[in-house]
Ligand binder design. Structure first.
Ligand code: BGC
Length: 819
């Protein structure tokens, strides 16, 4: 062999060896620091039983006697104190961080753990403390549906997205959805659901707005509390996230939010404050971002002074996944639990304890909170879960709740569809309906009903006693879709895992129809439905072109369909299958009806069919403003407008990137820091104040019937405003109406919004002619503003106007009260 060749082979051999060694080293590093570092802390599952006073108990520490903490007749506090007194300081420190992210990465041994759960509270085997499981998220449980060695599946229900839930403005219904979600968690052995999301829609482009409720903190607070109370009624905890001001995904782990105290108090903290007041959740998740230079997960002011001392939050705070930088600083600030936990954090906490910067007292405070949760959880009572949720019943709740949160934006007398039977479904999303967003807000559901399937389901009985109707789907339009799908097969490949869905969101290309095709479709159908789809999720924000704005193909589709169908006297209905706000002003005049269907979960297509057929009378209302232009939002001056598509690399690099290593001049506006210059003027507060025209205002939504409001009465009794109003169904179909209570201070010495939502309610299903009287009580303290000078809430004395209506720009009754 030639010498040169020999040397080359040698070099290649060495390189391969180095690569293998690097690979092995990398794997060892990942495993020992992030995946599998728990050593001897394996959950103990075998206990002997103790019989005391005719009752049986588990002898968790095996000492042959009944300890206080083992005795379920004792109070939670007594049990926790007993446990704490028996733990070594090492065991307590061990409890402060999770066991890594193995399960979420599909690394669960067959028969062990809960595959797909994203985190745990670790077990303490010596005392028989069990593992507690945490999993996402806001639209339903996210666990692995397929498990190695099991011949059954573990699918979960994809409930409607958070934004749709808020659009119902129906706290009772949201409570019901929460109850179903909590029940599913209980059945699958998950102890804490990582949700709901309570961040404010500061700007329409935040990639995770679909997980959040609204641009308004009061709607956020009451809907969030209803969801939490529902979930927790099942003995399952929630983790309300992401506390606080996590309003963009771009560089979310390093973005420093520069914001006034007033905007924090009145807008960003307010929803969480109401949630704590109305539902006292088991846990709250601190957010990744910084606020005014301090990492939220390390902010004692936010996590202890405000959250606990002022609001009285009693639960524990956990970090967002890999959030926070300095483990000991996090615990000192009141971030009790570090999730999903790494070996670095464990070591850092031990070191901090040993060198004295983390005292046992501080460790005890957090350990105590964590133990409270463990003792409250079903796992501590050795509850054995059935793995058998009633998915059918939950699907029915999903269908009903999704229909109630869909918002009818326009209806020129064409809906409900009385005459039309043969429906021309246009656009790919009519056949490929989107159930929910991507990332941790995703759910692994067994099926998802498309609009096509929803319409084809026969026998859609309309209102009780009415004839049932069924639709046919136009076969020509369907064939065009089929051929388009075949020609673009690769882009129609659905991502197989949630991780895959996050990096390669399923957004197949839209169809272009020729005029001839459209005419042929029109000739055989009674109406056209165009579905426009959008999807987004973690790690990246949305953008204006081809996302907020319609794509050229979408505009052409609307144009052509309207031209051809309307010329023949047939209606065109646009269905928006989206997770966030899109532009509507430039094209809304064209179609005859527009239904904002949001992403309604796995029954979305059925819910839309229920509304189109008139089985359900729409009663959803917008939880945010639809502006004429996105730049009309005051926050638009300070928002990342050029987002990078998400990739594994960008995700990992964010985690390592630290602003404190950057020179000040290197910091990039809206990436490294974002100035909330608009202050409290978020959403309608801004549009109203500036007198801006909007496409659809906050609180807006149409019905198939008409409601009248009268007899508004208001009085102050002690520390509350008591209101009563009468609502009458003045139309000819049964329906529900949302009553929105705004408060305004016309004569004011301070800069304040023209009006602010302070309460809301929804009628029951009112038959034509029926009335209902609704009452509200609003704490007078909710009318205060945050005075920056004195750093406190202040009630401005004088006359307040109570404005009650059907949307923020449709006020029907007004009274004045002196306070
Ligand atoms: C998200 C959280 C989620 C967590 C666990 C994070 O990336 O921000 O909302 O709960 O992952 O999946």
């Amino acid at each position: 062999m030639k010498k040169g060749l020999k040397i080359s082979l040698k070099v290649i051999g060495i390189l391969i060896l180095l690569l293998v060694l690097a690979g092995l080293g990398g794997w060892w590093y990942l495993k020992s620091k992030f995946l599998d570092f728990e050593d001897g802390y394996e959950q103990q599952t075998e206990f002997s039983e103790l019989s005391v006073d005719g009752l049986s108990f588990l002898d968790r520490n095996g000492n042959g006697k009944l300890d206080i903490y083992e005795d379920r007749r004792q109070s939670i506090d007594a049990r926790v104190e007993d446990l704490l007194s028996q733990m070594t300081v090492e065991e307590k420190i061990h409890l402060l961080k999770g066991s890594g992210i193995s399960s979420a990465m599909g690394r669960t041994e067959p028969g062990e753990g809960i595959s797909g759960a994203v985190g745990t509270i670790v077990p303490t085997p010596r005392l028989g403390i069990p593992t507690v499981y945490l999993s996402d998220g806001p639209a339903g449980l996210r666990i692995e549906p397929i498990r190695e060695g099991e011949d059954r599946t573990f699918y979960c229900t994809a409930f409607p997205i958070g934004t749709l839930m808020a659009s119902t403005w129906n706290t009772e219904l949201v409570h019901q959805v929460g109850t179903a979600m909590g029940n599913e968690a209980m059945e699958y052995g998950i102890d804490v659901i990582l949700g709901p999301g309570a961040n404010i829609h500061r700007h329409p482009f935040c990639g995770r707005n679909f997980e959040y409720y609204s641009e308004d903190p009061v709607l956020t607070g009451y809907i969030g509390a209803a969801m939490i109370n529902g979930i927790e009624s099942q003995g399952i905890g929630t983790s309300v996230k992401h506390y606080v001001a996590n309003n963009q995904e771009t560089n979310r782990q390093n973005n420093d939010v520069i914001v006034s105290d007033r905007a924090m108090r009145e807008i960003y903290l307010k929803g969480f404050e109401l949630i704590v007041r109305e539902s006292q959740p088991w846990t709250i998740m601190s957010s990744y971002n910084l606020v005014n230079g301090t990492q939220v997960a390390e902010s004692r002011e936010l996590l202890t002074d405000i959250l606990r001392d002022e609001w009285g939050f009693e639960g524990l705070v956990m970090s967002d996944w890999f959030g926070g930088k300095d483990a000991a600083a996090m615990v000192r600030a009141g971030n009790d639990l570090l999730e999903p936990g790494t070996k670095f954090q464990w070591d850092a906490l031990m070191d901090a304890y040993e060198e004295g910067s983390l005292s046992e007292e501080v460790i005890d405070v957090s350990a105590r909170r964590i133990l409270r949760l463990i003792v409250k959880s079903g796992k501590f009572e050795d509850f054995s879960f059935g793995n058998n949720p009633d998915l059918e019943a939950h699907a029915a709740i999903t269908r009903q709740s999704a229909a109630e949160g869909m918002v009818l934006l326009k209806n020129e007398g064409v809906l409900p569809l009385d005459e039309a039977r043969n429906m021309a479904l246009l656009g790919v999303y009519s056949y490929d309906f989107i159930a929910g967003g991507t990332g941790s807000g995703d759910v692994n559901e067994a099926y998802s009903v498309s609009l096509e399937e929803g319409l084809r389901s026969t026998g859609l009985a309309r209102e009780e006693g009415m004839e049932s109707i069924s639709f046919a789907v136009n076969e020509d339009a369907k064939e065009i879709y089929d051929l388009h799908k075949e020609a673009n097969a690769e882009q129609f490949d659905k991502p197989e895992t949630p991780l895959d869905a996050m990096f390669n969101p399923y957004l197949p290309p839209e169809i272009s129809y020729s005029e001839q095709q459209m005419q042929q479709i029109e000739a055989e159908s009674d109406a056209a439905i165009i579905t426009l789809g959008r999807n987004s999720g973690e790690f990246t924000d949305r953008k204006e072109v081809d996302d907020f704005l319609l794509t050229q193909k979408e505009q052409d589709l609307i144009e052509l369909a309207c031209e051809v169908f309307q010329a023949a006297g047939k209606p065109v209905i646009v269905v928006l299958n989206v997770g966030g706000v899109i532009e509507t002003a430039s094209w809304k005049e064209k179609p005859d009806a527009i239904l904002l269907a949001w992403q309604g979960g796995q029954e979305g297509g059925n819910s839309v069919a229920d509304i189109l057929s008139g089985k359900v009378n729409p009663s959803g209302k917008l939880p945010m403003t639809f502006p004429l232009k996105v730049s009309d939002h005051a926050s638009h001056a300070n928002f990342p407008l050029d987002p990078e598509p998400v990739s594994m690399l960008s995700m990992i690099s964010q985690m390592g990137d630290k602003n404190d290593k950057k020179e000040k001049k290197e910091l990039v506006r809206n990436v490294d820091f974002t100035e909330y210059e608009e202050g409290i003027y978020v959403g309608y507060r801004h549009f109203d104040k500036q007198g801006l025209e909007v496409s659809y205002p906050f609180g807006y939504g149409l019905s198939y019937t008409r409601f009248e409001m009268d007899s508004l009465k208001a009085q102050r009794s002690d520390e509350e405003l008591q209101l009563r109003i009468n609502v009458r169904n003045a139309g000819d179909r049964q329906g529900k109406e949302v009553i929105q209570v705004y408060i305004s201070k016309p004569e004011t010495g301070i800069d304040r919004p023209l009006q602010e939502l302070k309460a809301f309610g929804k009628t029951r299903l009112l038959p034509p002619g029926a009335s209902q009287s609704l009452s509200f009580s609003i704490p007078v303290s909710d009318l205060r503003y945050w005075d920056e000078e004195s750093s406190r809430w202040v009630l401005e004395p004088g006359t307040y106007q109570i404005r009650v209506g059907a949307s923020s720009r449709d006020i029907r009754q007004t009274v004045e009260l002196d306070l």
